[in-house]
Design a protein around this ligand. Structure first.
Ligand SMILES: [Zn+2]
Length: 88
């Protein structure tokens, strides 16, 4: 999978780090409003809003398909494990 530079980068609403790249899980090239975004820095689950700003997505477990919930849960767990391994 290839990462895509986001020219209109936003900030993670949880950790405030700049999210200037996105890696799609499907063939689509760039994110669109409504897509889920897991923050690489803190593991927060966000959602692209209008203008591709990142917004908190607190009810993602209820809003997403069970297959997506499983995938997102794995991604968050992997990111948090990486942070723990790096002592962060
Ligand atoms: Zn974050």
């Amino acid at each position: 999978m290839k990462s895509h530079y986001m020219p209109r980068a936003g900030f993670c609403p949880n950790c405030r780090n700049l999210a200037d790249a996105a890696r799609p899980l499907k063939a689509r090239k760039v994110p669109t409003a409504g897509d889920v975004a897991v923050c690489w820095y803190c593991g927060a689950v966000n959602q692209y809003g209008a203008g591709l700003t990142l917004e908190r997505f607190d009810n993602w477990r209820e809003a997403c398909h069970p297959d997506q919930v499983q995938l997102i849960t794995r991604m968050v767990g992997w990111i948090l494990l990486e942070r723990m391994m790096r002592g962060q």
